[in-house]
Structures are given as structure tokens and as C-alpha cells.
Design a protein around this ligand. Structure first.
Ligand SMILES: [Zn+2]
Length: 207
């Protein structure tokens, strides 16, 4: 079975949002094209934080971009974003979220962030995504979304390590780029982790 995994296509990660990926809107045509492809399973994720989440700079009396230790892990602090039930946490308009079979929530524990859509950053708790994919007998996973250099990258690492045949659709992703080359480097790291980095135009060769 083949799954499409769409990572964090939420208002707060789009231009105008609290943690905007500036080029985020550019991927939506690719996302809608992907949704026309014959995937057996379509999963989308939501970053879904409680208000008192430890990754929010405001909750630590610090500035976004500062780093702290959180439950033994180095944590970059972010602006307050994707608070459970807020407008910012809703799926962004402009892509057909009605096609999603299953939504996976991550970052729900206030003491641990979760970039990967499979596990929290300490690999202590699972989001349930892998069990769901196993139940559906998924062997191939195609990943797109936001942001290349964080949640997409760590999801790709975990998918590959879990033994899934992992594809990343590079033009269906955009990055935060705290450093200018972060996205480029992230795609290289994904390749090194065993993932196939492809463009949407090559999807039919691989489906
Ligand atoms: Zn978050």
C-alpha cells in the first residue's frame, strides 16, 4: 500500500501565521496535484500544542530563536503557534483537506516538542502514525509539507529508519531556513538517511 503524508499544512505555518514559512503557499498547487494521485491512504498531521507548551519563547521568558534545555533535550524556542483549537492550528485554506483519511496530532505534551510526525523529539512517545500505517499495510510513503528543515526532515528520517520505502516530494516542501541553506542541507540529509528525493513531475514513475 502507498501512503501520502502531508505535514503541518496549518494556518500558523503559512504567510501571515505565527511561525510563517514565507514560501508556504507555493506548495499548495503541488499538494492538490498529489491529492489527485491514486494513494491508498492519505494522512495529514497537525502540530497541536497546549497553551503552556515548553517550546514557546513566551512561556520561558525568552526570545524566539533562543535555545534552552527541555526535559534533557536542546530546544529551540519558537513564537507561540498551533495552539490546540485556535484558528492558527486549523488546516490552511487552498488545499483539499476533505481528502484526508486520518489526522495525526503531535506536540501535545507540554514538556516535549515533536518535529517528527512519528515520535516526539526524545523518541519517548509515538504519535500513533506508524501503527496506523502498519494496520493499513503501507510499505511506501510519500511525504510533503512544512517545514522542510524541521518537521518534514525528522518525519523522513523516522519513516526511513522504520523501514518504509520513503519518498520526499521536494517541490511540495518549503523550509523555515533560520540559516539560508537549511532546506538544501535537509534534503541532502534525507538522501543520506535512505530517502528518495523526487519532484512532483516524477511521481508517476514511482507510484
Ligand atoms: Zn510546534
Amino acid at each position: 500500500m502507498k501512503a501520502l503524508l502531508l505535514v503541518d499544512l496549518q494556518n500558523d505555518f503559512m504567510p501571515g501565521g505565527a511561525l510563517a514559512v514565507h514560501e508556504g503557499l507555493e506548495i499548495l498547487p503541488v499538494i492538490n496535484d498529489l491529492l489527485q494521485q491514486p494513494f491508498d491512504v492519505i494522512v495529514a498531521t497537525k502540530d497541536w500544542h497546549p497553551k503552556d507548551h515548553g517550546s514557546f519563547a513566551a512561556n520561558q521568558g525568552k526570545q524566539p530563536g533562543d535555545r534552552i534545555m527541555l526535559e534533557g533535550l536542546e530546544q529551540i524556542l519558537w513564537p507561540t503557534h498551533c495552539v490546540q483549537g485556535s484558528q492558527g492550528a486549523e488546516f490552511a485554506p487552498g488545499w483539499d483537506s476533505s481528502k484526508v483519511h486520518k489526522t495525526i496530532y503531535k506536540g501535545t505534551d507540554k514538556n516535549t516538542d515533536s518535529y517528527s510526525t512519528f515520535f516526539d523529539n526524545g523518541h519517548r512517545n509515538s504519535t500513533g502514525l506508524f501503527n496506523y500505517l502498519k494496520e493499513k499495510q503501507v510499505k511506501d510513503i510519500f511525504i510533503a509539507g512544512l517545514a522542510t528543515d524541521y518537521c518534514v526532515k525528522y518525519s523522513v528520517f523516522d519513516a526511513a529508519h522504520l523501514g518504509l520505502n520513503t519518498y520526499v516530494i521536494s517541490d511540495g516542501c518549503r523550509g523555515v531556513n533560520l540559516q539560508p541553506n537549511d532546506s538544501k542541507r535537509a534534503f541532502e540529509e534525507m538522501k543520506q538517511a535512505g530517502a528518495h528525493v523526487i519532484e512532483y513531475k516524477d511521481i508517476s514513475k514511482n507510484l
